[in-house]
Design a protein around this ligand. Structure first.
Ligand code: NAD
Length: 427
């Protein structure tokens, strides 16, 4: 079967596009940037975007072509850092937005990185393991021009995992003639990966939810939680919420939505899905419709699937107190305003899901020094960085009387543009 995807997928000026969403977020922060606002156009452009053709031999003897990208939004504060996504909806526009959100996230957490992101427009479920490996290796080779341990360091994202990172690391190492563990993060432990990395994004979502709930006067224990997306981020976060005494009353993944008022056994459900089961067929849950899923009453709602999920219409009716964004860009700017008016607090993606890149940073540092930390050390440092970043964002939101998202953007964009100004323009 030929699974090639059609050519260049750029939709300029589509108001629903993630890049347009990001541009609107920049417009909201610019009035708060003081004298640095003169550099704000920098934030509205990607420094560099590479589009590549990825031809591979299929197992059936045909040749298939896929479209791949690597965008480097801003490198003022350090090398690029950001994941690689394999998904049929990947577009240049989406990759640009995701790279820009990485710039903001890395600066909000004060990690010494710029922002980057990559992706291949492919449905990996339609490929055999051999085809997936050839696709990964050819993509890595094509973007090899612009990645490297001190240039731009990819990591896992939707539909990519530690095995894909191992193939990327091996391909890059073969091309440069030396083992370069620091070229990607999210690697297997046996290849210089970090303990705690796989769980880090979900753990960060949990920490962000716990701290914000506390500041709103309620505890995770006894809370009702709904999670959209039951993969690495949503799945791990759901397990940690349950371990802390919360009830996960609704879950949704690409196969459908399920509910259980008494609380879903998310540990067993996660194992069931990992072994190839369909969430909707897991025992102890009731399949519900998409409409019923968005109508569930919760204390905390965690979107942890894809962007553009919490739309204007859904923001008007969703019944929750706190939204903690595990996914990147799940809430549209119009929905953000509605949630604000309804007093529903949103912990933005650039803080809430920053646990992954924070432990990726630890992995990169450990690879450079060839000295590895214990899981307890990693989790302690993650906890400290996340809690401090959240406190700073809450303080900025109170000072400027803006949402947590705009506050996070103020902190991050100030850091990025201060670096821009100090470095000056070349030549
Ligand atoms: P994943 O592939 O492990 O899981 C994605 C989940 O979303 C799956 O359960 C899938 O079935 C579900 N899903 C896909 N399409 C859906 C749809 N239309 N409706 C409902 N559910 C759907 O991916 P992940 O790594 O968990 O990433 C999820 C989100 O978190 C993405 O936005 C990603 O950019 C973001 N994120 C991931 C990391 C990380 O470290 N993995 C870090 C930061 C942000």
């Amino acid at each position: 079967m030929n699974t090639s995807t059609p050519g260049l997928s750029y939709v300029p000026n589509n108001p629903q596009s993630p890049w347009q969403m990001y541009l609107q977020q920049v417009d909201r922060v610019t009035p708060h940037l003081g004298h640095l606002a003169r550099w704000s156009e920098t934030l509205k452009r990607c420094k560099r975007v590479l589009a590549v053709d990825i031809p591979i031999n299929k197992d059936d003897g045909t040749v298939a072509h896929y479209e791949g990208f690597r965008a480097q939004h801003n490198l003022s504060r350090g090398p690029g850092k950001g994941g690689v996504r394999f998904h049929p909806d990947v577009s240049i526009d989406e990759v640009m937005a995701l790279s820009a959100w990485m710039t903001v996230k890395n600066a909000a957490l004060n990690l010494p990185y710029g922002g980057a992101k990559g992706g291949v427009r492919v449905d990996p479920k339609l490929l055999t393991r051999g085809e997936l490996e050839r696709l990964t290796r050819r993509y890595t080779s094509e973007i090899g021009l612009i990645i490297g341990p001190d240039k731009d360091i990819p990591a896992p994202d939707v539909n990519t995992n530690d095995q894909i990172m191992a193939w990327m690391m091996d391909t890059y190492s073969m091309n440069v003639g030396a083992t370069a563990t620091g070229v990607v993060t999210g690697k297997p432990i046996a290849l210089g990966g970090s303990l705690g990395r796989r769980e880090a994004t979900g753990r960060g979502v949990y920490i962000a939810a716990r701290e914000t709930a506390r500041s709103l006067g309620f505890d995770i224990a006894g809370s009702r939680i709904v999670v959209q997306g039951f993969g690495n981020v949503g799945g791990i976060a759901a397990k940690l919420f349950k371990a802390a005494g919360a009830k996960i009353i609704g879950l949704q993944d690409a196969s459908g939505s399920v509910a259980n008022e008494g609380g879903i056994d998310v540990d067993a459900a996660f194992d069931f899905v990992a072994l190839g089961g369909k969430l909707t067929e897991f025992k102890g849950v009731t399949p519900i419709t998409e409409g019923e899923f968005w109508a569930l009453k919760s204390d905390i709602f965690v979107p942890a699937a894809l962007e553009n999920q919490l739309t204007e219409a859904r923001a008007k009716t969703i019944s929750t107190r706190l939204v903690v964004e595990g996914a990147n860009g799940p809430t549209t700017p119009a929905a953000d305003d509605i949630l604000h008016d309804r007093n529903i607090i949103v912990v933005p993606d650039v803080i809430a899901n920053a646990g992954g890149v924070t432990v990726s940073y630890f992995e990169w540092v450990q690879d450079f020094s060839s000295f590895f930390w214990t899981e307890a050390e990693i989790n302690d440092r993650l906890e400290r960085i996340m809690v401090e970043a959240l406190k700073a964002v809450v303080a900025a939101s109170e000072k400027h009387k803006v949402s947590l998202r705009t506050a996070a953007f103020i902190i991050a964009c100030t850091r990025v543009l201060a670096a821009r100004e100090l470095r000056g323009l070349y030549p």
